[in-house]
Design a protein around this ligand. Structure first.
Ligand SMILES: NC(=O)c1ccc[n+]([C@@H]2O[C@H](COP(=O)([O-])OP(=O)(O)OC[C@H]3O[C@@H](n4cnc5c(N)ncnc54)[C@H](OP(=O)(O)O)[C@@H]3O)[C@@H](O)[C@H]2O)c1
Length: 250
């Protein structure tokens, strides 16, 4: 039987590409995200790539809801009698300068990008202890770089990086906790940054210009490193923040 992995934000971008890759390897999946239609598309892509429909559970929910974390643990128990890994990939990105961004926006980012991964980690920890499983958080080099106009997103991701390192110690030796920190990856995230289209176009140009390898990443550039952290090659890794960014942060 394949591993059981819960992937949040599985309806698009990195989360979808990861799910498709894991399904092809025989992994049993819990796909989490708000839009049921997008999760169904991911499930169909997983099946087209060799996964079994019966090995995939779609769980449409808002991770900021009070019962969301418990629902993920419950789904893993009901469908697969356990869980081997959690990938905290879901996130929101909002850019904007200090004087033009309200605290409600910051609080919303923190809920999705930091509180929800913590709540999920807490809810599934008993299952992961049983399986001696693993958590992979998807951070961002935005949590390493200090860039004007991106402080809230960066602060939320920096918090996630710290959570990764702290929980790695707290949950060892039973559960390994690591993070992948992507650079600029071409996904739908760029369609919903809270800035106007001209600024998005400028941002894309800047991302390419400041990335030594000369292009934005593709989900497929990042997915193998998440898969590596989930698997036996990372048996002696915990608390690691793995940068995959085309050199942008170096
Ligand atoms: N793209 C980049 O340049 C880049 C760079 C560094 C790090 N990252 C990180 O990579 C991860 C994946 O992002 P992506 O680029 O693949 O962007 P994406 O396509 O926008 O994926 C984000 C996913 O999160 C889900 N989500 C958002 N809020 C949610 C909520 N409240 N409850 C449940 N699900 C929620 C969204 O699905 P629904 O809307 O259906 O809920 C969506 O599928 C994120 O952690 C992001 O911060 C991305």
């Amino acid at each position: 039987m394949g591993l059981v992995v819960a992937v949040t934000g599985a309806g698009s971008g990195l989360g979808r590409a990861l799910a498709v890759r894991l399904a092809a390897d025989g992994t049993r999946l819990i796909l989490v995200g708000r839009r049921a239609g997008r999760l169904r598309e991911t499930r169909d892509a997983c099946v087209a790539g060799g996964g079994k429909a019966g090995d995939i559970v779609e769980l449409p929910l808002d991770l900021t809801g009070p019962d969301a974390a418990a629902a993920v643990a419950e789904a893993a128990t009901t469908a697969f009698d356990g869980l081997d890994a959690l990938v905290n990939n879901a996130a929101q990105a909002r850019f904007g300068a200090l004087d033009r961004t309200g605290m409600a926006t910051f609080a919303g980012l923190l809920q999705v990008n930091l509180v929800a991964p913590a709540a999920l980690s807490q809810a599934v920890a008993p299952l992961l202890r049983r399986s001696r499983g693993t958590i992979v958080n998807v951070g961002s080099i935005g949590g390493l770089l200090a860039v004007p106009g991106r402080s809230y997103y960066g602060a939320a991701k920096a918090g996630l990086h710290h959570l990764t390192r702290s929980l790695a110690r707290e949950l060892a030796p039973d559960i390994r906790v690591n993070a992948v920190l992507p650079g600029a990856v071409d996904t739908e995230m760029y369609d919903d940054l809270g800035i106007d289209d001209d600024d998005v176009a400028r941002l894309r140009t800047e991302m390419v210009r400041t990335t030594p390898l000369g292009r934005m990443g593709r989900p497929e550039d990042v997915v193998p490193w998440i898969v590596m952290l989930l698997g036996p090659a990372a048996a002696w890794m915990t608390g690691s923040l793995l940068v995959v960014d085309g050199g942008r942060s170096c």
